[in-house]
Design a protein around this ligand. Structure first.
Ligand code: KIV
Length: 335
């Protein structure tokens, strides 16, 4: 049975964020919202959740336990995902599209990625925190690539950095791993190569494509990656790679035989615009819920139905009486 942390609501709720006590209106009602979130954790104290590490992912692969991964880009979503028991939180460069409204991932900068990774880091306690290195931050100079990778660890709390590409990235990956920074690989449909691929196309559909993917996967495995993302490849190829390599494979559009699965947060919740890819399963309709809430708020404000008297702060009785006296005196003087 789960045991929850004891909570002295009386003490906690007696104070509001202005530092005043007991008899004033509370900014937040007892037991919910705002300042209390730092004290009330949804994670039951009695349920031991171990920190997910690079080596626990390997254990999961060995024991055929499916690995779960979701993207997150800010504190609140990261915290909810972490508390839901997801193994890996990925600050994907997909944030260029989902959060910043860009057409593709190419224009997101290292500073933007660091900014979002820092926010996610504050929300994650148990999951392994992986951050994407953006386009242009590792492709040209290996020394600069290692320096950029270490910024993710030092300045933003990432535990693993992810870079796209297979065979051709093996030497760079060794250098980053040598610098004590775990690396996640990413092969198949690699969105940072959109202009080279001529669009977002499933990779490895012909024999030479399959051979290249196998070479890429083995090269990443030998270079010592902590995990590898397999994106947009036939199920059969993902199954072969997963059986061949010791590294845990995390699939997205790569079928069910990978060691784990990743989805983009906005796809999971139907918060994205446009037609979803074939592999996307919507687990909630949050986009529609936001629209309904925003429209209801607009209608209430327009009809002066929000806020109500109960949702308003009031003067204490004595102040009210004193104010009435002052106002009455002013009115009398005007007469
Ligand atoms: O950026 C991202 O969200 C990703 C996932 C699709 C794996 O790389």
């Amino acid at each position: 049975m789960a045991v929850y942390a004891p909570l002295d609501l009386g003490t906690v709720c007696g104070y509001n964020s202005l530092g005043s006590i007991q008899d004033v209106d509370r900014l937040y009602p007892p037991g919910c919202g705002g300042a209390l979130e730092d004290i009330v954790s949804l994670v039951p104290v009695g349920e031991l959740r171990r920190k997910i590490t690079v080596s626990s992912l390997r254990d999961k692969k060995l024991h055929h336990e499916p690995i779960t991964c979701l993207t997150a880009y800010d504190y609140s979503s990261a915290r909810l995902i972490d508390e839901a028991g997801i193994d890996i939180v990925l600050v994907g460069d997909s944030l260029a599209q989902t959060m910043l409204g860009h057409e593709n991932t190419l224009s997101v900068t290292i500073d933007e990625m660091l900014h979002h990774t820092r926010a996610v880091h504050r929300g994650v306690k148990h999951a392994l925190l992986v951050a994407d290195m953006p386009f242009g931050s590792y492709q040209s100079d290996p020394i600069e690539a290692v320096r950029n990778a270490s910024r993710f660890v030092k300045e933003a709390g990432a535990e693993v950095v992810k870079i796209e590409g297979g065979e051709k990235r093996a030497d760079l990956i060794r250098r980053i791993v040598d610098a004590e920074i775990p690396v996640a690989g990413h092969i198949g449909l690699t969105p940072q190569s959109v202009n080279v691929m001529g669009g977002y196309k499933v990779q490895g559909k012909n024999l030479s494509g399959v051979e290249q993917l196998m070479r890429d996967a083995v090269a990443l495995d030998r270079a010592g990656v902590a995990l590898m993302v397999l994106e947009g490849i036939p199920r059969e190829v993902a199954a072969m790679i997963t059986a061949e390599v010791e590294t845990p494979t995390i699939g997205i559009g790569a079928g069910p035989d990978c060691d784990g699965q990743v989805l983009v947060f906005h796809d999971l919740l139907n918060l994205s615009f446009g037609h979803p890819a074939k592999f996307v399963r919507r687990y909630a309709n949050v986009g529609a819920a936001i629209t309904v809430a925003a429209e209801a708020f607009r209608a209430d404000v327009a009809a002066r139905q929000y806020p109500s008297d109960e949702e308003s702060y009031h003067l204490p009785k004595e102040t009210r009486a004193a104010l009435d006296t002052v106002l009455e005196r002013k009115r009398a003087m005007r007469r």
